[in-house]
Design a protein around this ligand. Structure first.
Ligand code: SIN
Length: 321
């Protein structure tokens, strides 16, 4: 499917959270030694002259390097997104974010809100002070996607590509086209402010904002452990002793696990801990052997799986499952 459509006139709310898109360096040619989260969301908008005349509002929800993303910021962001989405005059939301954990925030927002309007995460690989900053064009493209009639769900827009929340992954440390949707390819591309779409918008049933209502310091502790050559079970045993409440195992290949690690995981399971298996591979899903029960995390990245298990535990605490 390919479709191109014109924009419509509702307000787009831009929520700032920091990241390299808001980063600054004292050296204009420096693309790595900058400090993230230095410019306000209002400053970012001022750097995009073509947005003049477009109905946008800006709100600073947070100002952080996304490596430091946490439950409290996710809770505040999800609440701000929901509050603005409920306004009839708002057509869509754009969230400026760091690239490093963008895919986690995107996935979380889609699971919790499954919005009927677009929520577009945007980021940049170069700081605002770079000789060739990618943030302004990415922000312009993100607003174009948020203003596209019929747009819905959580997506990410970078380097002219639109990625669905459940597929997007950061796959490169440095390139400006650092994101991929894996086997499926991007949901679409933005060309001169117009979306050319290849796939359906993200859909699904929202868990509801209430699932995040727990005090952020009390969200269940879920850790990721990775299987690798020479793996040991000691880290798992230490986590269990320290009170971890769930484990995600990033297995090798199609979900195989080193026997030493498996032994410790079996002990954890026997002690009643949920242990979910996924793959450490960048692409593909766990393909179950005939008759084998599929893992709940079979199609999730390790960090999506960590969030999924955390949401399940939060929901269970609230009596939802
Ligand atoms: C961050 O994730 O906040 C810093 C890195 C980036 O945005 O590229």
């Amino acid at each position: 499917m390919t479709s191109t459509i014109e924009h419509s006139a509702g307000t787009v709310v831009i929520l700032g959270t920091g990241g390299t898109i808001a980063g600054a360096s004292s050296v204009a040619g420096d693309n790595v030694g900058y400090t993230a989260a230095q410019r306000s969301v209002a400053d970012l908008l001022a750097a995009v002259p073509p947005l003049a005349g477009t109905p946008v509002e800006a709100e600073q929800v947070a100002q952080l390097d996304s490596k430091d993303m946490d439950a409290a910021t996710w809770q505040a962001l999800a609440r701000a997104v929901a509050r603005h989405l409920a306004r009839p005059a708002v057509q869509g939301i754009v969230v400026t974010h760091g690239t490093d954990t963008l895919e986690e925030t995107a996935w979380l927002l889609q699971q919790v809100l499954a919005p009927a309007k677009p929520v577009v995460l945007v980021a940049a690989m170069r700081p605002a002070t770079a000789l060739a900053a990618d943030g302004p064009q990415n922000l312009l493209d993100a607003v174009a996607v948020a203003r596209t009639p019929g747009a819905r769900g959580v997506v990410a827009v970078l380097a002219g590509q639109v990625h669905a929340a459940d597929r997007v992954r950061k796959v490169h440390t440095y390139r400006t086209d650092a994101f991929s949707s894996g086997d499926a390819g991007p949901l679409g591309v933005v060309e001169e402010g117009v979306l050319r779409r290849f796939a359906d918008w993200p859909a699904g049933v929202a868990l509801g904002l209430d699932v995040l209502d727990t005090d952020p310091t009390q969200w269940p502790w879920v850790e990721i452990v990775t299987s690798h050559a020479g793996a040991r079970g000691d880290a798992v045993r230490a986590l269990v002793a320290a009170g971890v409440q769930g484990l995600v195992v990033a297995g090798t290949g199609n979900g195989s696990v080193h026997r030493a690690l498996q032994q410790a995981l079996d002990e954890a399971r026997a002690a009643g801990l949920p242990v979910w298996l996924c793959s450490r591979c960048a692409g593909g899903v766990l393909v179950p052997a005939p008759g084998a029960a599929p893992s709940p995390a079979a199609a999730l990245s390790p960090w999506q799986a960590r969030l999924a298990l955390q949401l399940q535990l939060l929901s269970a605490r609230r009596g939802g499952g």
